[in-house]
Unconditional design. Structure first.
Lengths: 233, 233
DNA sequence: CTGTTATGTTGATATATCTCAATCTTTTGT
DNA sequence: ACAAAAGATTGAGATATATCAACATAACAG
């Protein structure tokens, strides 16, 4: 099991690849001595909205979908796909110490659990670490602002364009990718029904904007057009 | 001009009423010596999305609407109404040092400008202050999560119910209130058109859920019913 | 006080999107 | 390999909401 290291193969995470490099050797020892590695199978729930937020976790391998749940309407909103070296926790930290998001493994996934109390201690000792955390949180807020605007003001074509562009640039790092997401996941990500997702993907394929083979392989052919659709909504 | 004080009439703000009480005398001196008071007239822009985030400001008197702007579609999303003793800044802090929200005075408003650099310094020195800030930010994220769910999954009746309940509980602290918000503002807050807002308010009045006189006075009559509408969407 | 501008209201119409149900395809477990 | 379950697709129909245009009322400035 890889350790958080001060230099060399520094354990990177979304908070900032350099974040753990800010720690002293003693702080790293403390984190490393208290970590637990846990493996989840495809489809397993890693943590659930409403549950206690006792650990912040770091994804070592695999992929995780993170979403908001509504008990009443059983409508979900998929917020992001988390990948290796990203930390996942949630905004309950320092508030109610509960999870406000649900995390489910999209494939077999290895994670490291870091105790929230350890996180807090180090943050109190190390202001640079705290600053990086605030920076990360603020970046997320900016991201959520964009989501709020996109999901409330754009219509279906624009929202699907957004989703495809997000997957290509942020998740798979390529305009040609295989995804583990179902049509329902794409719908949850775009705040619409799976039927609408299917129809719009079909339209995009027919007009040569994208290609889509076996339901899960996507290829963005005309990126300019897709970005234009994203812009005009 | 009231000073931030360590004890007694502690200058409260949304970050946490006790937040400034966490500072040392020296830190308070530093903040107080660098503050500037600025008054805005009704309708004036306090800061604009895209502009430089050089100061965090505290509302001394008046009311401010804070919203996300979209240049292309000229569709806004009203995020909150800020009141006296609340701090307004934005998620650009420690990220790009730009504003991502726009603030406009709903009535004559007095504000105090605190330099972002002062804020940073104190946060580096005082971990409790930093923790309060993180807590505040996380609370906002939880709020935005709720907005994302409500605005994307509820339909017009539920969204108007949410808006009215928010104004009553969070802004005016009473089920009977006069608001400075226009029908368009209510629409921007509920992610719909002003025509729809008007029609639904009319329905609510006709079915005895609320009363609404001179366009700006609202009274929630049947709160249970309104909350039920909010829940069922 | 009065004309002008901004805001609110109403109705008719268009349309985007959801819903529901049937069918087809893929994946999964034994 | 096969049956069963889960996911994807298609179409027809319903409906919520936006759009547009006309008009009414309130706010404002000279």
């Amino acid at each position: 099991m890889a350790e958080f290291a001060k230099s060399g193969n520094c354990f990177s995470c979304e908070l900032k690849s350099s974040m753990f490099c800010l720690l002293t050797d003693i702080q790293l020892d403390e984190i490393n001595s208290n970590r637990q590695q846990v493996t989840f199978k495809k489809g397993e729930t890693i943590f659930k909205s409403g549950g206690p937020l006792t650990h912040i976790l770091c994804i070592t391998s695999g992929m995780v979908k993170i979403f908001l749940e509504d008990k009443n309407n059983k409508k979900n909103l998929l917020l992001k796909i988390a990948k290796p070296t990203q930390l996942i926790g949630g905004p309950g930290f320092l508030v109610d110490e509960l999870h406000h998001i649900t995390a489910i493994a999209l494939e077999d996934t290895k994670t490291c659990f870091i105790k929230v109390s350890d996180f807090k201690e180090i943050m109190a000792e190390n202001s640079k670490f705290a600053f990086e955390f605030i920076k990360y949180r603020n970046e997320r807020v900016i991201f959520y602002f964009q989501r709020l605007m996109d999901l409330t003001h754009k219509q279906t074509h624009g929202k699907i364009a957004d989703t495809l562009l997000y997957l290509a640039s942020e998740v798979y790092g390529s305009d040609s990718f295989d995804t583990l997401l179902s049509r329902q996941d794409l719908a949850d990500m775009s705040a619409m029904t799976k039927e609408s997702v299917i129809r719009i993907i079909k339209e995009f394929v027919e007009s040569g904007i994208i290609a889509c083979n076996n339901h899960h392989h996507f290829e963005i052919i005309d990126k300019n057009k897709l970005m234009k659709i994203s812009k005009t909504g």
